[in-house]
Structures are given as structure tokens and as C-alpha cells.
Design a protein around this ligand. Structure first.
Ligand SMILES: *[C@@H]1O[C@H](CO)[C@@H](O)[C@H](O)[C@H]1NC(C)=O
Ligand SMILES: *[C@@H]1O[C@H](CO)[C@@H](O)[C@H](O)[C@H]1NC(C)=O
Ligand SMILES: *[C@@H]1O[C@H](CO)[C@@H](O)[C@H](O)[C@H]1NC(C)=O
Ligand SMILES: *[C@@H]1O[C@H](CO)[C@@H](O)[C@H](O)[C@H]1NC(C)=O
Ligand SMILES: *[C@@H]1O[C@H](CO)[C@@H](O)[C@H](O)[C@H]1NC(C)=O
Length: 590
């Protein structure tokens, strides 16, 4: 059944007139939703302006469409979200770009330092925005176009002083109030992020959300956020800085919490965002009271809405002593409110829970990622707290933390421990050299670390790892079991061991090529920090013979994505030769 086209011109939204189009676009969307399924809300080419959020409520089979990422630009002129889809099914947002003016951050060079402020010479196209509150400042590397790394790594977070805002010292010099003295010095290039909390696309309780051919240049927090989405299809989604900016979105490129069914991400790019490329997780709730064998009071630690898991959802339980180890599961029959942060949960069958136990949604989504690039961002490439993960043909370059981090956390109250993970044919270049650095380009690091294994069945295969000067290990394995490292090419000049092990079981390497021109390094070492104990690890098959093959990199980054490497052009000066190519590649990404 073909639907109708609702051209927003009909509702009074004209491009390039600098007039707020929010009401007209909302009207067009509401009319299209009222008219039934398969309708298209259509933008013309040009720039549209928005002073507040465009809500999309209860849409079924609706498409919101521009004329193309280069043609249609939605420009937010206030710190608001752009789209907020709620309770939609088969909603598609496509063929448009999103940007904001003013920007949610500024950047430039420190020209004066004082314990209570920094004066910053703002570099165009950033603006000297007055009356802002700055909540984070990081040192930047304008040559490499990424947050400063190695010994230059530095950032601060602050609750901005309440009695002072940013102010002008002179023409292009902005005074940024500081809560506490910092280590910034005159000459430091910095990016300062303002306080706000609106995502560009902020979806909740949606089923089969499609984001195709969408570019987000910036937002007032994250790029694409979905909470309790049952099915996400993301392709040709790009977060990248526009024309000379030093940052794209100030926080994550994609962030998906308590999603179900599946998340598919293909042919997408996350460049220069202020936090992770992709974060997928559920939430930990805690048992605070046992009412009966089938009825418990659970509290949340994030925000009250995370308790809305829905009737029919399977929840899994773990003890406070072994918080990431599931001992049972049960299905929710109903919930009722019990104070601001808690609910009574009634389950289909008895659960022998104790007060203090942790509870998470058990039905985590299948995550499939192909041809994703995460480049030059602050923090992780992908941060995964989910099961059944496959990442292939993806490029991680200049991520300041690990390219791939698995970290269920009782600090953030984010679940679950990953299992069934395949990382195949990926390229990792200059990762894990700055902010949020961990013990490996790929890191399994629960918070807090456990005595027992929680991550299972991991394959790291046919990938190319080119370490930067400050990259250390290949893999940090805390509490992992059944990890296979095979067919990889690893080039480093670091003296650090390739694998660091803590309380892990059955980790094997086979048929890997390891190139190190400077040092002979241990293929693995045991972490000695508490609670790691060597006798809690076993079946470690990581002898040097697992790393003594001599093949060329199996895959390499090209302009068209990660491809099998052209072996005919292979030379031993490959690293130096390709780094300049890679740099130009990361600069022109997009
Ligand atoms: C800071 O700026 C806001 C507007 O962004 C203004 O409402 C507030 O009064 C300012 N505070 C101070 C202390 O100047
Ligand atoms: C998601 O990706 C998987 C693996 O490529 C595929 O089998 C599945 O059909 C995809 N789902 C949708 C809805 O596109
Ligand atoms: C990877 O994705 C980009 C878009 O982000 C696309 O241009 C490119 O063709 C894709 N590469 C492959 C091999 O599919
Ligand atoms: C070793 O790994 C390389 C690169 O991934 C692959 O081409 C080759 O087939 C593997 N050899 C064996 C014997 O597994
Ligand atoms: C290691 O050092 C050599 C010599 O300085 C250099 O050519 C090569 O690019 C470096 N490799 C890596 C992976 O840093």
C-alpha cells in the first residue's frame, strides 16, 4: 500500500528563510501520522531552522525524508533535540543532515591561565560564545585532529561555577570560568564543551527504527540515542565534524540502552565525537525488599524510566557477591510504583533472591556491525555490555581509549557481560593512546573486576592491528574465558606484553603475525593488581609460537572501507608508508 506525500511546504516550512520551522514540520508529521500508514513527510533541498524539538509520536510506517545528506540541512538554533520519536513502529528518518548553530562547544588556544579561569583565543569556525557554562575541557592535537594523546593527554570535567559564565576578554578571546586550578598551560589547544543534555535523535519505545543516510555534524549531547528500541537498522549514518571544527557531537555517536531484538549497523562513521562511537547496554536494578517468592521491590540507580522494562520481559538475577554472574531468570507479569526510584515487580514464577541482588533485562539484542569507522574521538570505539556481538570490516583509528571495550559496570549500573563475540576482519590503528586508555586495544574490564569468569566465547580473527607510539597491549583479559586470537597481523614498537591476563581461562593464540622492530616482548603477562591472582587463570595458550607467522596484513583501510589488503604492494616499510595515507584518510573521512 503506497502512502501519501506530506510536503512540509504545504504546512508553511520554507528552506533558507531563517524562520523557525518547528511548528510547520510538527504539523506535517502529525497530519501524516493521522492519515495512516506508509506516508512520507518530505523536506525540500536547503536549510531549515528549528528552535525546539520535533516530536514524532505513535507513528506507524512513517518516513521523514530530505533530498539527501548534502541537500537538506536541519539546523537547530537552540540546545534542543532535533527528533524525538516515541512509541513508533517502522519509522524511517533518511536523506538529511542535522547541525546546530550556535555550537555546543568551542575551541582554540589557551592564552592566559589563572586558578579560576582560562582565556582562550578562539579558532574559527568556533565562536567566542558568552554566558555559557563549560563542563568539560580537553587538550586537543590540531595536527592529528584528535584529542591529545600519550604524555599530552589531559582533560577536566567540572560542575561549572554557578556565579560566573563565559565572557569576552577581547574580540576573539573567551574567558572560561574554572571550578578548580587545572594543568592547562599557555599555548594548549583545547576543546571546551558546554553543559546541556539533548541528543540529536532521541528515540524511545520504538520498534524497527530505520536511520539511513543521515549525517549529524553536532548535537547538544549524543548523536543517535535509543532506549528500549525493539530493532534498529542503521546504515550510512555519519557523525563527523563540519568544516574545520575540532569536534562533532560532544558525547557518543550512538548510544542504545535496554534495546531488544536486534541492532544492525552498516556503512557508518563516527568521527571526532567527544565520547564513545557506540555504547550498547542494559541497566542493573537492585533488589531492595522481598515481598514474596514471586514479588520483589527493585530500585534503579540511573533514572526512574529504566524501571519501565515492560510486562513479558525476561529478567536475570545475580548475587551481590558475583554481580555479573547470572543465577536465574524470570519473566515480569506486572509492576507497580513504589516511591520515586523503585517498583514492585511481580514475576511468573518463584525467584529465590536476596536483598542486594542485581537484576537486568535478559533479552539483550543481537548486535551486528559491518563497515563502521570510529576515528579520532575521545573515549572508546565501541563500549559493549551486550551478548551476541559480531563486528566485521570495521576501522578503529585514533580512538583515545580501547577500540573495543567490554565493561559491565556497577559504577554506571550498566549490564550485561558480553558473550558470543566475533571481531573479524577489522583494522585497528593508533588506538588506546589517550583519555580512557586501558590495558589493551581490545579490553575486557568489568567494574569491579571479579574472581570468576563472566565473558565467554570470543574470537578475534583476520584483523590488522597497527599500534601507535603510545598504544600498549593487544588484549586486556579480565574475567574472560574461551578467547581465540587467530589470523591477525599485529605491528608495534612497544615493549608491553601483547596480552594481560587476570582471572581468565582458555585463551589461545594461533597463526598470528607479530612485527616489532624494537623489542622482543612477552606475548602475555599476569596482571598482579587485586583481585587478580595467577592461580585463578588456567589454560593459557599464548606462547610465542602463536605469534610467529609471516603473512601480510589480512585487511587494510581504504577510502571505500576495510578491504582485503593488496598483497602485491606489500613491503616491509608498510607501517610508515601507510601511516601518512591513514592520516589523510582519517582527515578526509566523510
Ligand atoms: C549565565 O548565563 C545565563 C544565560 O545563559 C544567565 O541566565 C545567567 O544569569 C548568567 N549567570 C551569571 C552569573 O552571569
Ligand atoms: C540484521 O543483520 C543480520 C546479520 O547481517 C541479518 O541476518 C538480519 O536479517 C538483519 N536484520 C534486519 C532486520 O535487517
Ligand atoms: C563503507 O561505508 C561507506 C559509507 O560510510 C561507504 O561509502 C563504503 O562504500 C562502504 N564500504 C563497503 C566496502 O561497503
Ligand atoms: C593464517 O592467517 C592468515 C591471515 O588471516 C590466513 O590468510 C591464513 O589462511 C591462516 N592460515 C592458517 C593455516 O590458518
Ligand atoms: C616502528 O618503528 C619503526 C622505526 O622507527 C617505524 O618505521 C615503524 O613505523 C614503527 N612501527 C609502528 C607500528 O609504530
Amino acid at each position: 500500500m503506497l502512502g501519501a506525500i506530506f510536503s512540509i511546504v504545504t504546512y508553511g516550512a520554507y528552506p533558507n528563510d531563517n524562520i523557525d520551522d518547528t511548528d510547520a514540520v510538527k504539523l506535517a508529521i502529525n497530519k501524516a501520522i493521522e492519515a495512516g500508514q506508509n506516508n512520507i513527510v518530505l523536506f525540500q533541498a536547503g536549510t531549515y531552522n528549528f528552535k525546539s524539538v520535533i516530536g514524532i509520536y505513535n507513528a506507524h510506517k512513517l518516513t521523514v525524508m530530505g533530498q539527501g545528506m548534502q541537500q537538506t540541512l536541519l539546523l537547530g538554533n537552540a540546545p534542543a533535540a532535533m527528533f524525538q520519536p516515541l512509541n513508533c513502529r517502522e519509522l524511517t528518518i533518511t536523506a538529511l543532515s542535522i547541525d546546530f548553530d550556535p555550537l555546543p562547544f568551542t575551541a582554540g588556544y589557551v592564552v592566559s591561565v589563572n586558578p579560576t579561569y582560562l582565556d582562550v583565543q578562539i579558532v574559527s569556525p568556533h565562536k567566542a560564545d558568552i554566558d555559557r557554562k563549560v563542563s568539560a575541557i580537553l587538550r586537543y592535537n590540531p595536527t592529528m585532529m584528535r584529542p591529545a594523546f600519550g604524555p599530552d593527554t589531559y582533560e577536566i570535567y567540572q560542575d561549572p561555577p554557578s556565579d560566573r559564565n563565559t565572557s569576552l576578554v577581547s574580540n576573539d578571546i573567551l574567558r572560561i570560568p574554572l571550578k578548580n586550578p587545572t594543568k592547562f598551560v599557555i599555548g594548549d589547544p583545547i576543546v571546551a564543551r558546554y553543559s546541556h543534555n539533548r541528543h540529536a535523535i532521541d528515540a524511545q519505545d520504538v520498534t524497527d527504527l530505520n536511520i539511513h543516510y543521515v549525517t549529524i555534524y553536532t548535537s547538544w549531547l549524543m548523536g543517535l540515542v535509543a532506549m528500549r528500541a525493539k530493532g534498529l537498522n542503521i546504515n550510512n549514518y555519519h557523525v563527523m565534524p563540519r568544516s574545520g571544527r575540532w569536534m562533532s557531537t560532544p558525547v557518543d555517536c550512538m548510544h542504545f540502552s535496554d534495546c531488544r531484538n536486534y541492532i544492525n549497523i552498516t556503512d557508518s562513521k563516527c568521527v571526532a565525537q567527544g565520547d564513545d562511537g557506540l555504547n550498547v547496554h542494559a541497566f542493573y536494578l537492585q533488589v531492595t525488599q522481598i515481598i514474596s517468592s514471586t514479588s520483589l521491590i527493585l530500585r534503579e540507580y540511573n533514572w526512574p524510566d529504566v524501571l519501565n522494562v515492560g510486562a513479558g520481559t525476561r529478567m536475570e538475577f545475580s548475587s551481590s557477591q558475583q554481580p555479573f554472574t547470572v543465577y536465574t531468570a524470570a519473566t515480569v507479569v506486572s509492576t507497580s510504583i513504589q516511591g520515586p526510584n523503585a517498583r514492585v515487580f511481580v514475576f511468573t514464577g518463584p525467584i529465590f533472591a536476596n536483598v542486594g541482588d542485581w537484576v537486568s533485562v535478559a533479552d539483550t539484542p543481537v548486535l551486528t556491525v559491518r563497515n563502521l569507522t570510529v576515528a579520532n574521538n575521545r573515549a572508546r570505539g565501541v563500549l559493549l555490555k551486550t551478548r551476541r556481538v559480531q563486528i566485521t570490516n570495521s576501522l578503529f583509528i585514533g580512538t583515545s581509549g580501547p577500540a573495543v571495550l567490554f565493561e559491565p559496570s556497577l559504577d554506571w549500573h550498566e549490564s550485561v557481560a558480553a558473550q558470543d563475540v566475533k571481531l573479524l576482519q577489522n583494522v585497528y590503528i593508533n588506538c588506546n593512546e589517550g583519555i580512557a586508555r586501558q590495558g589493551g586495544v581490545i579490553s575486557f574490564a568489568p567494574f569491579p573486576p571479579q574472581l570468576n569468569r563472566i565473558f565467554y566465547d570470543v574470537i578475534i580473527q583476520s584483523s590488522t592491528f597497527l599500534f601507535g607510539p603510545y598504544t600498549e597491549g593487544l588484549l586486556q583479559s579480565i574475567n574472560a574465558a574461551n578467547v581465540y586470537i587467530r589470523g591477525n597481523y599485529i605491528a608495534t614498537n612497544s615493549s608491553a606484553a601483547l596480552v594481560t591476563i587476570c582471572n581468565s581461562l582458555n585463551i589461545c593464540a594461533h597463526n598470528n603475525t607479530f612485527v616489532n622492530n624494537r623489542f622482543s616482548v612477552n606475548s602475555y603477562i599476569y596482571d598482579t593488581r587485586s583481585p587478580c591472582r595467577e592461580e585463578l587463570s588456567d589454560l593459557i595458550g599464548l606462547s610465542t609460537s602463536g605469534f610467529d607467522s609471516h603473512f601480510a596484513p589480512p585487511v587494510m583501510a581504504t577510502k571505500a572501507g576495510v578491504q582485503p589488503y593488496d598483497h602485491q604492494n606489500y613491503t616491509h616499510s608498510f607501517n610508515t608508508m601507510d601511516l601518512s595515507h591513514i592520516l589523510s584518510l582519517s582527515n578526509m573521512i566523510g
